[in-house]
Unconditional design. Structure first.
Length: 141
């Protein structure tokens, strides 16, 4: 078996051909993409107007009105007055006509506060109103 007797060892080399190819392709891509945006700017157009636009995203699942035992309302965790609640729900309904609202009321809250929150939602035009309750097998009497 022959042994290597030379004291000079070959240095390992890295082949950069693949990396140079990728960089070259990226350079060409960005040069071509820049040319497309320039041609769009050069053409003077007045785009046509369309009718009413509707959002392309799905509406939120539901909005939650919470009423604590003091009768204070919160819409999705933010404190609101009854007037603000009605206005915010009107704005939401204008964007998402089929929006759902769930009213969560503390069990110690007076019925009047729950009814006021439900009435605010109805005044805003919301027709899909639900009530959140806990299900339990025993009813406290």
């Amino acid at each position: 078996m022959p042994l290597k007797t030379s004291s000079l060892e070959e240095m390992p080399s890295i082949n950069l051909t693949s990396m140079i190819d990728v960089v070259f392709l990226l350079l060409i891509f960005f040069m071509v993409a820049t040319q497309f945006t320039n041609s769009e700017r050069q053409v003077d157009l007045q785009l046509s107007n369309v009718g009413e636009l509707k959002p392309m995203v799905a509406p939120p699942d539901q909005r939650v009105i919470s009423v604590n035992e003091l009768g204070q309302c919160h819409l999705d965790g933010q404190p609101v007055s009854m007037e603000q609640l009605t206005q915010q729900l009107k704005a939401l309904r204008a964007r998402y006509p089929g929006i759902r609202v769930v009213v969560r009321a503390d069990q110690r809250v007076a019925l009047q506060h729950f009814a006021a929150a439900s009435a605010a939602a109805q005044q805003a035009g919301v027709t899909n109103i639900g009530l959140a309750v806990n299900s339990s097998r025993q009813i406290n009497r």
